[in-house]
Design a protein. Structure first.
Length: 196
């Protein structure tokens, strides 16, 4: 079952994988829903974002999802000449997961979110890879933003706290950020439905 899921997400089957259209619709709806919530529930969304970096519960949830996803990828990915390391890594990663939960409580939610952003970006890039439409570039651009942000969140998690503080400090920044997300989400959704 997980092997089929891996093949579908990462386009390992000769019949293809997750389609560009479906990926675009999901990404567009996700962006629209998240930014619409931030627009309609300003205080609640700001309070959530301010508390999120040090929220251990969300850290455990997101890291557990990332762990499961990572183990699936590690189990089935082509490791080339490093294939002999797979069994060692399948042993080390669960131990590291438990140790991180126990000893890396500081900014765990941000680090886990960064891991998930990197994993999701991989699927988005796979869906857009070698597609003929020029408009497909809407997805890789977003994926690379997620990759860069994800690396910062994993390595320097306080950057999310600082970014949230900066955006919330002035209403115009918050409004511009939310509107940018809404516009980009609407554009991705529209292009996915019409062109892809």
């Amino acid at each position: 079952m997980f092997h089929d899921l891996y093949d579908y997400l990462y386009h390992q089957n000769t019949t293809g994988g997750i389609p560009l259209k479906g990926t675009g619709i999901l990404v567009g709806l996700f962006l629209l829903l998240v930014h619409a919530w931030a627009w309609l529930k300003r205080r609640e969304s700001q309070a959530f974002l301010q508390s999120f970096p040090r929220n251990y519960f969300w850290g455990v949830v997101l890291l557990s999802v990332g762990f499961g996803w990572g183990m699936m990828a590690l189990s089935y990915m082509d490791m080339g000449e490093f294939f002999f390391l797979r069994s060692y890594m399948l042993t080390i990663v669960p131990i590291a997961f438990v140790l991180v939960l126990l000893y890396v409580r500081e900014f765990l939610a941000v680090r886990a979110l960064g891991c998930l952003m990197l994993l999701v970006a991989g699927i988005v890039l796979e869906a857009a890879y070698l597609q003929p439409q020029t408009s497909r570039l809407l997805l890789p651009v977003l994926a690379y933003v997620w990759i860069i942000a994800g690396m910062f969140f994993v390595g320097m998690p306080y950057t999310m706290r600082d970014a949230v503080t900066w955006v919330i400090a002035k209403p115009i920044r918050w409004t511009a950020s939310v509107l940018a997300g809404l516009v980009y989400g609407a554009l991705v959704l529209l292009v996915a439905v019409v062109d892809w």
